[in-house]
Design a protein around this ligand. Structure first.
Ligand code: UDP
Length: 312
């Protein structure tokens, strides 16, 4: 029971390492810190079952010893991050995915791909079910992430069909919780940072675009169930509670006594208008659904961010 987690120092990667260790796995985390943080793993420094190796998974990978599972979570994932690192994002989704697949093949290990709701692009159907092929602008600013992840899904299915590799693919919808970076540029950390520092909360566009926010513990539970399942086709994991960004900002403001006002800024190009997972499949095959409501999840996340803000 030894797993390799690429992107192990990231928000989701580090939460996944904790879950794997709690389930009795030995874990080797790989990260090049392009968007990950050492601090996300510092609490594991003394664990005998945990090891870290600094590595860029877009370069050929060398991992010693037996491996039972390779979980590929390495990638910038916040829109400002992948706009800042467009080539690295494309490389880790393409070459990085192949390197991780090759590692699984060489070690006779299972493989798990962290994919994304961005595969659906700016969707014409809502909620999004797994059979929907998506509506992606390949050459727009978000194309570097969306197309890299679509390629990574195609590559994973190719290794599954050609080499009979035991592969699994999760499509992750918006997720929040402890270990998100305060300055990663996504809606939740932006609003929280702005509220904590007395700046107006920036809504892009009219704020009527929707997202569906899943608390990280729920997401990791769904991921663990999927990795232990026999399902090979992509599976949505996310919270189906859909909310406009304007309402989301209001819900965050309610957690502050003196929250600053809201200001409107231009909508970024190709910003999806709706995003909501259809989790019928996850409910059926994984017996999974999210348990943490938005206000409870926000309370836990705000406690974390307040601490980070205080120590900065
Ligand atoms: N957004 C916003 N203000 C911000 C940051 C984001 O209104 O300060 C909007 C963004 O345009 C998008 C939604 O919030 O419609 C979610 O953005 P995020 O970057 O969190 O993730 P996405 O779902 O777009 O990948």
């Amino acid at each position: 029971m030894r797993a390799v987690v690429t992107g192990g120092a990231g928000f989701l990667g580090s939460n996944l390492c904790d879950k794997l260790l709690a389930e009795g796995w030995h874990v080797l985390a790989l990260d090049n810190f392009i968007t990950g943080a050492k601090g996300n793993l510092s609490h594991l420094a003394k664990s005998k079952k945990f090891k870290f190796q600094k590595a860029d998974v877009s370069k050929p990978l060398k991992v010693a010893g037996k491996v039972g599972y390779v979980l590929h979570f390495a990638s910038p994932a916040s829109p400002p991050d992948y706009l800042k690192h467009p080539i690295a994002t494309m490389m880790v989704g393409s070459v990085g995915t192949q390197n991780a697949l090759e590692l699984a093949l060489a070690k006779k290990a299972k493989f798990f791909l962290a994919s994304t709701s961005e595969c659906y692009g700016d969707p014409e159907v809502s909620p999004q079910h797994e059979e929907y092929w998506g509506h992606v602008n390949p050459i727009g600013p978000r194309g570097v992430y969306d197309e890299a992840k679509r390629f990574s899904e195609a590559m994973t299915m190719a290794y599954h069909r050609y080499y009979k590799l035991d592969t699994h693919i999760v499509r992750i919808f918006n997720t929040y919780g402890p270990r998100m970076r305060l300055h990663d540029g996504r809606a939740l950390p932006n609003f929280v940072y702005q509220a904590l520092s007395g700046k107006p909360l920036t809504i892009y566009g009219d704020g009527l675009q929707t997202r569906s926010f899943c608390y990280v513990d729920d997401l990791i539970d769904g991921i663990y169930r999927l990795m232990m399942s026999d399902e090979h086709l992509p599976t949505n994991v996310g919270n189906p509670q859909e909310i406009t960004i304007l309402e989301f900002a209001e819900r965050i403001r309610k957690h502050f006594d003196h929250a600053p006002p809201i200001v409107f800024k231009p909508l970024p190009q190709d910003d999806p208008k709706r995003r909501c997972p259809d989790i019928t499949k996850a409910r059926r095959i994984l017996k999974w659904e999210p348990k943490v409501g938005l206000d409870e999840g926000l309370k836990l996340t705000l406690a974390y961010f307040k601490e980070v803000f205080r120590k900065r």
